[in-house]
Write a protein that binds this ligand. Structure first.
Ligand SMILES: NC(=O)c1ccc[n+]([C@@H]2O[C@H](COP(=O)([O-])OP(=O)(O)OC[C@H]3O[C@@H](n4cnc5c(N)ncnc54)[C@H](OP(=O)(O)O)[C@@H]3O)[C@@H](O)[C@H]2O)c1
Length: 294
């Protein structure tokens, strides 16, 4: 297929590379143009403008947040004004439920397709083409873009015909990961202050009852205290917890753990943690506990 790709950050670069590997014709656009160079060497065409990335059958967006997606879609010579009727916008960024509703209406109004396809998996999985895609949208459009989602991921879950539903599932997943990071951080602080080595502790956990990938990935990052370079930067994690709480408020669902995570992120960012991986919120419990006494 002829596909545009807008947003070549940590996730987008790997996703676009896998579309190329699957022999799709890929045109890439990024605000900071240097990030397109490696993909051009691998066979991508570089678009000078967002509009130039919108001339094919579909265009992906993999941008940081609502503001970036809004600017790319609704801006002057943005996606809305450039994508041909019947072509499809595939939105893989983690965005708000509210923006998903706005995008659904705007694209439908112009006869364009809109498929929500947020993903689970960090940049390593994106580079390996092993993400999990959560697809939602009108059935025909989801079917049309299936080969593109197969190229970027190991499995696609079709969630609903309503695009916003995919973001509810994605945001709930990040809420759960954030909860695991916080709980692991507290447990590591607890045993650590009692003199137990964090690496050995995480090894015991993940070799027994806690073998899930999330415990392995985040337990190891916490035990090693390695939060730079960030695979998923703390401001993006904070954004996701903010989006969870906004959607939960609309649905009138109290989520006390999400409220606690919000404060953990504010503490981390308030102390200059912008460049750290979001896992660094898990290290705050050990700081609260103070140094080991024996
Ligand atoms: N990293 C992960 O583990 C992960 C996993 C699943 C989902 N996600 C989600 O995927 C999305 C991208 O994440 P990422 O980790 O790839 O982020 P990233 O490395 O920070 O990349 C962000 C991308 O958005 C662009 N961008 C940011 N603000 C912009 C603006 N105002 N106008 C135009 N472009 C703008 C950046 O362009 P420049 O290069 O010019 O800065 C870059 O292409 C986010 O919604 C995130 O929540 C991330």
């Amino acid at each position: 297929m002829k596909v545009g790709f807008i947003g070549l950050g940590q996730m987008g670069a790997g996703m676009a590379a896998n579309l190329l590997k699957a022999r799709h014709e890929v045109t890439v656009y990024n605000r900071t143009r240097a990030k397109a160079e490696a993909l051009v060497r691998e066979g991508a065409k570089e678009a000078a403008t967002i509009a130039d990335a919108c001339r094919g059958d579909a265009v992906f967006t993999m941008l940081a947040n609502d503001n970036a997606v809004e600017a790319a879609v609704f801006g002057e010579i943005g996606i809305l004004g450039s994508l041909p009727a019947a072509a499809i916008h595939i939105s893989s960024s983690t965005i708000s439920v509210g923006l998903a509703e706005r995008l659904t209406g705007a694209h439908a109004g112009l006869g364009q397709g809109f498929v929500a396809a947020p993903v689970f998996g960090r940049p390593e999985l994106a580079a390996a083409g092993n993400l999990y895609a959560l697809a939602a949208g009108e059935q025909g459009a989801v079917k049309t873009v299936a080969p593109l989602l197969e190229a970027i991921g190991q499995k696609t879950f079709v969630v609903s015909e309503m695009p916003k539903a995919a973001y509810l599932v994605k945001l709930s997943g990040n809420f759960l990961i954030g909860s695991v990071i916080e709980a692991l951080g507290e447990a590591i602080a607890f045993v650590g202050k009692g003199g137990i080595d964090a690496r050995q502790y995480v090894d015991i956990l993940t070799s027994t009852l806690f073998g899930a990938p999330i415990y392995k990935t985040y337990g190891t990052l916490l035990a090693e205290g390695k939060f730079e370079p960030a695979g998923f930067a703390a401001p993006l994690g904070q954004k996701d917890i903010r989006l969870v709480l906004a959607a939960a408020e609309d649905l009138r669902v109290p989520m006390p753990i999400a409220s606690l995570l919000r404060d953990r992120f504010l503490t981390l960012l308030g102390h200059g943690g912008d460049k750290l991986d979001w896992t660094a919120i898990g290290a705050l419990a050990a700081k609260d506990a103070g140094p080991a006494t024996n």
